[in-house]
Design a protein around this ligand. Sequence first.
Ligand code: SAM
Length: 296
Amino acid sequence: MIISHVLELDERINYQMCGKLYVVATPIGNLADFSYRAIETLKTVDLIAAEDTRHVKMLLQHYAINNKLISLHQHNEEQAAPGLIDKIKSGLNIALVSDAGTPLLSDPGMPFVKLAKQEGIDVSPIPGACALIAALSVSGLPVTRFNFEGFLPRTSSARKTFFSERTNGTATWVFYESSHRILASLEDLQAILSGHRRIVVARELTKLFETVVSDTLDNVLELVRNDKNMQKGEFVVLVEGAEIEKNTSEITEDQKSVLSILLKECSIKTAVAMAVEITGARKKILYQAALDMKGD
Ligand code: SAM
């Protein structure tokens, strides 16, 4: 009884001693996009783990945040994470920031957060800017379902394979791209997808030269190819998902009657081809409907 009471007390003390990990989003361009809570957190934690300490200093100076920094980037995060976890366990509060936007989203932080969760440490988000979400919000494309692909493979052939594996996906897909590869990536996309597919290129969001272009792939590619400014800066590319195939029950009454008139005079093949021309309905759907009608 006494022993278990002592243990409980011990656990409580440990729990109270343990600090917290805050995952803090920083602006993706416009420094004003930084929340009051983010500023307060960076001021009050014991340590800020930053992707690039020199880079984050500009933001900290802007908001008069004077705090200790430690470097945590993709080349040292596996090795550095356990030491930082020990510091949190000893009672320190640590904030994780990347160079821009939300940490872990195509940015360092995953091993640190994963280990913190495994160790039962409280991990709390301080949400804010994220290029993916900012771009989706202004794209005009469906956002209920989307696939975030991060950065694309570096070689053209790997990119084409990557695109061809996704052509039939019906959700919007989103990827990050740099100025070095934006043109090449769009060209590879055109080699695989129909040039009529809608895409959105969101460039330099929240910055002076913010540009969001939405059009067919063919038109956007032409624009980017012919305007050198459209090849500068940071990019989010969004691609409309493939059209969801409608089944034969979704054929309209008008389309049905056109098809049935044509079927009285022509073969299935000709009737379907003519019905496509007249009604604009999809060939596959009309063909299935024609087979059903002939079956009747
Ligand atoms: N963690 C960040 C976030 O939450 O958006 C993304 C970091 S990732 C290393 C950087 C890439 O994000 C850029 O190459 C670009 O594709 C995209 N990006 C970042 N800021 C952007 C901006 N202001 N406008 C458009 N794309 C941006």
